[in-house]
Design a protein around this ligand. Structure first.
Ligand code: HEC
Ligand code: HEC
Ligand code: HEC
Ligand code: HEC
Ligand code: HEC
Length: 489
């Protein structure tokens, strides 16, 4: 289409002077019309939803049939629902593995209420642009068999349980993955019926099954298998939303051969299938994480307890630089050390809007009066200035986001504990003049998967009481003394 504004080329000078003004006006009018025409052709770009500039792969929609999710299938065709068995079918032979997996968060990743409430908000706020994205990790089979749309994503858990039953991350999801094309955003390749027959990819080269072919897969024995879902990158702004895999990769665990599987799928002596051989180290499928609150809400009390036990093993808390005694009327500083001794990634890791570890520090005198506290829960969140370990996401104006993660364009701060790392936090208080000795100082290390405030917003008040899990505690009693005594000591 010709640009009418070009006709105003200055090469046509000299222009008869009397008509100069009207000529200029005509030019302006024509350029304005031209710019209007241009706007009609390309709708104004909404910079909130910029197409990804990150990689050519992301721009190639044919290479990404489930854009903006990175899942692939053979020939990138939609998969057939009938190609996948329900986990219960696998469970008929893989009894113990099924029993374990059934208690895990991953087995509930489509039905669990927190995900679904946030999914509904995300789907509405982005007019469906993240529908594929979320589901590709939370119900991979649902997405790749074409069962996902905005209506399904915005429906209630009760409704979809009847009308759109779909698995979360189940046996068929993980054991039909035969390759990956990247390390984030669900870059797995899901290939059911490779070779025209049901084929399961797994860690053994000597597994024989009457029900399916088995193929050895080195990928399943490595952390990069988990990376496809445990690294979440914002598909439009490219912010690193979750980075559990990268955190592990840069830790001492990765070069000491301790994988995600070493800690989250430790071996047990027994059978992988009822008619299979006895083995010394069958990969367990508990997938114990940290989410005791949601697990107990879902009725998985034993799994919730495993999460609490794992959290207790993850960290150590201790006092540093403690005085021998306290002086009434004087200020004292207490330093508390927290070390990540058990998590192969940052502590906490994962879901950034929620996961938080913090110190609840309390000082009580001999008469039982609380003389200081920092780290209490107020209005459904840890109180301001709490010494915590958390990542904070922000939008383009630098405003912190607790809910609208789809608006994230930057990481504002991240003070989580590195794997095998530690941090020291300080508390300063004044001992009241009338305090009664001895003074007891207590530092509790706590975890919750999300603040109560977030859950109340997502589910409504009093629907789910968020449990605060105690990861560790340290306590010390100090006598009161005089400054003279203090100087002597
Ligand atoms: C009729 C019984 C039966 C059923 C049903 C069954 N399997 Fe198996 N499967 C076996 C046996 C037996 C083995 C070999 C176990 C061994 O060697 O320890 C096996 C092995 C496996 C392996 C290990 C493969 C490897 O190479 O490491 C995977 C993965 C697997 N099955 C997944 C599944 C999935 C997923 C389902 C459901 C779709 C399923 N199985 C259904 C009997 C069954
Ligand atoms: C050295 C053992 C170890 C390794 C290796 C390890 N983890 Fe963990 N993981 C833990 C412990 C302990 C916890 C509980 C404390 C916490 O939440 O970090 C945990 C928690 C988690 C959680 C739940 C976090 C939350 O708060 O919701 C996820 C998800 C997870 N791990 C995934 C992974 C993945 C994926 C890998 C590999 C990239 C991995 N882990 C490697 C020990 C490990
Ligand atoms: C999140 C992904 C994931 C899910 C879900 C999952 N598995 Fe696995 N499975 C794995 C990985 C990874 C391994 C190999 C672990 C290793 O080698 O350390 C494995 C190993 C196995 C093995 C071989 C165990 C052995 O040591 O001989 C069998 C059999 C198996 N899985 C069956 C199942 C069944 C049945 C289900 C559903 C009830 C299931 N898996 C769900 C990822 C998964
Ligand atoms: C297909 C995607 C996918 C793969 C592959 C995958 N995960 Fe997950 N995983 C998820 C999703 C989604 C959740 C969150 C479920 C929820 O809370 O709604 C999750 C949750 C978890 C949790 C529970 C976290 C908690 O807060 O308690 C652990 C532990 C975990 N995964 C470990 C692993 C390990 C280890 C591997 C590799 C062997 C792996 N996952 C592979 C998608 C995946
Ligand atoms: C690349 C894979 C991936 C994508 C895409 C993804 N998630 Fe997740 N999601 C995970 C994993 C893995 C976890 C578990 C992390 C942890 O336990 O801390 C998780 C955890 C969550 C949780 C916490 C659930 C709970 O009960 O603690 C919510 C809520 C959630 N995701 C919502 C979403 C929404 C909404 C979207 C789309 C905007 C989305 N996720 C996209 C992998 C993904």
């Amino acid at each position: 289409m010709g640009n009418p504004a070009k006709k105003c080329s200055t090469s046509r000078l000299p222009v008869p002077s009397g008509r100069l003004l009207s000529w200029l006006l005509t030019c302006l009018l024509l350029s304005w019309l031209a710019s209007l025409a241009a706007t009609a052709e390309t709708p104004p770009s909404n910079d909130k939803w910029l197409e990804p500039a990150r990689s050519r792969l992301l721009e190639n929609k044919e290479g990404l049939p489930f854009f903006p999710h990175r899942a692939n299938t053979p020939n990138n065709a939609l998969l057939n629902v009938a190609d996948f068995d329900d986990a219960q079918v696998c469970g008929a032979c893989h009894t113990e593995i099924y029993r374990q997996w059934r208690t895990s968060m991953m087995s509930q990743s489509w039905e669990e209420p927190i995900y679904r409430a946030l999914l509904r908000h995300a789907s509405e706020a982005t007019e469906g642009r993240v529908d594929n994205f979320c589901t590709g990790c939370h119900t991979p089979i649902g997405l790749t068999t074409g069962q996902i749309n905005s209506t399904v994503n915005r429906a209630s858990v009760e409704f979809t349980a009847v009308h759109n039953p779909m698995p979360g991350v189940d046996c068929e999801t993980c054991h039909n993955i035969n390759a990956r094309t990247g390390l984030d955003n669900g870059a797995y390749v899901l290939s059911p019926r490779a070779n025209g027959r049901p084929t399961k990819f797994g860690p053994r080269s000597d597994a024989v099954s009457p029900y399916h072919d088995t193929v050895y897969s080195g990928l399943h024995t490595r952390s990069d298998f988990c990376a496809t879902c445990h690294n979440v990158t914002h598909p439009f702004s490219t912010v690193a939303v979750e980075r559990t895999y990268d955190e592990w990769l840069e830790s001492p665990y990765s070069f000491n051969g301790q994988t995600c599987q070493s800690c989250h799928m430790p071996g047990f002596a027994g059978k992988a299938a009822v008619m299979g051989p006895d083995r010394a180290d069958v990969a367990s499928h508990w997938f114990t994480g940290a989410n005791a609150a949601v697990l107990s809400y879902l009725g998985q009390e034993e799994a919730a307890q495993r999460a609490r036990d794992q959290l207790a093993r993850a960290a150590e808390i201790s006092f540093e630089s403690m005085p021998d005694h306290l002086v009434p009327g004087q200020e004292v500083s207490v330093r508390v050390k927290v070390a990540n001794v058990g998590a192969g990634h940052k502590l906490p890791t994962g879901f950034p809007e929620g996961r938080e570890v913090w110190i609840d520090f309390r000082v009580v005198d001999g008469a039982g009066h609380e003389i200081y506290r920092l780290g209490a829960i107020k209005d459904g969140a840890t109180e301001p200035d709490t010494r915590n370990f958390k990542v904070h996401l922000g939008d383009k104006d630098g405003k912190e986001l607790d809910i609208e993660v789809w608006n994230a364009t930057q990481i504002l701060s991240d003070n989580r504990l590195l794997p095998k790392g530690y941090d020291v936090r300080e508390f300063t208080l004044e001992v009241p003049k009338d305090a009664v000795g001895p003074i007891t100082l207590t530092a509790e290390l706590n975890y919750w998967p999300f603040p109560q405030r977030l859950v109340d917003y997502l589910l409504g008040k009093d629907k789910l009481k968020v449990e605060v899990t105690r990861m560790g505690q340290v306590e010390r009693s100090l006598p009161l003394g005089t400054p003279v005594q203090a100087a002597k000591l």
